[in-house]
Design a protein. Structure first.
Length: 321
């Protein structure tokens, strides 16, 4: 989907007499039934949607969500118009819902007043009333979709069990290992000779003391009680170099060499191996049910929207060359 829309075709331009007077003609992105989706409406909805995302995400996650929004926004607006038109025939009252949503947003993000919340929206180029309208339309369509889609979804116990049996790899806990370790941060040593001397000093302590004691006394990692206990890890989580050495060791055994990583060197001891195991059905049943419900919901929603599209006139101009 391209970012730069085209002007409305000649037939529709001829209906806009303002263009004959030399005034700016608004770019049209699409027509749904007898309603146009204009550039200004698109940008307004984009700003409102970005504002809402900003209340839910931050950092890289927010950036990715905004990117996804812009890729799909025109199709979403078309679907929204179809859903909203249908919802308006249902006589829904969502005023209380909107107020609850606003109160929750202000509570979650410590807005002390409506004015403070409005100022935050304004700083993102969003008018308060536009945002309210955005929430209202969103809630209307949610009510419609819930009434039309939710009753069609039936997930029974046999489906859940069948899914569990057919996807056991998805519910298998990977093999895990618990490690003690001495870590030496290379940035703490001015010369390579100093680092080598420190390594040798630690190795010489091992015959006189147990490994965890040596690790607690010498590691460059911080910890309140046992900084030498590195932790329990799924094998898929470990640095490849550490995993390769750990695989050679039985429980209680200590590596005979230092392991180089990006930030420094590790000397490890395997405390315990735990083999891969399948999570019990009772522990994952609710998770599977939610997954199946969401999958069915998405499918029924797409079918509902597709039916609305097939019954409506839709013409997209933004992507035309």
């Amino acid at each position: 989907m391209k970012n730069v829309p085209l002007y409305i075709p000649f037939l529709l331009i001829s209906l806009l007499t303002a263009g004959l007077r030399g005034e700016v003609i608004e770019k049209i992105y699409a027509v749904v039934e007898n309603e146009m989706i204009t550039q200004s409406e698109y940008l307004k909805r984009e700003r409102a949607a970005v504002a809402q995302l900003s209340t839910q995400f931050e950092g890289r996650e927010l950036t990715e969500k905004i990117r996804e929004l812009k890729e799909n926004l025109l199709d979403q607006i078309i679907d929204q118009k179809l859903l909203l038109a249908e919802a308006k025939t249902r006589d829904y009252d969502v005023d209380n819902d909107i107020q609850v949503m606003l109160d929750q947003i202000k509570k979650n993000y410590n807005f002390k007043s409506d004015d403070e919340f409005k100022e935050a929206l304004s700083s993102q180029g969003v008018k308060y009333q536009d945002y309210i309208q955005f929430l209202r339309e969103q809630r209307l369509t949610e009510r419609l979709v819930y009434e039309e889609v939710e009753p069609q979804i039936k997930i029974d116990a046999s489906q859940i069990m069948e899914f569990y049996k057919n996807h056991q790899d998805d519910y298998r806990i990977p093999r895990r290992v618990s490690l003690n370790a001495v870590f030496l941060n290379r940035d703490y040593y001015l010369t390579e000779q100093a680092l080598l001397a420190r390594k040798q000093e630690i190795l010489e302590q091992l015959p006189q003391k147990d490994f965890l004691t040596v690790a607690n006394e010498n590691t460059d990692l911080e910890g309140e009680e046992n900084p030498g206990f590195l932790g329990e890890f799924k094998v898929t989580e470990l640095d490849e170099n550490i995993l390769q050495v750990a695989e050679e060791l039985k429980e209680g055994e200590t590596a005979g060499r230092w392991i180089e990583t990006g930030s420094g060197y590790y000397l490890i001891q395997v405390v315990k191996w735990q083999q891969s195991e399948l999570q019990p059905y009772k522990d994952v049943r609710d998770q599977i049910q939610q997954s199946l419900h969401q999958r069915e919901y998405d499918q029924k929603f797409r079918e509902f929207v597709q039916n609305l599209r097939e019954e409506s006139y839709i013409k997209i101009y933004r992507d035309e060359e």
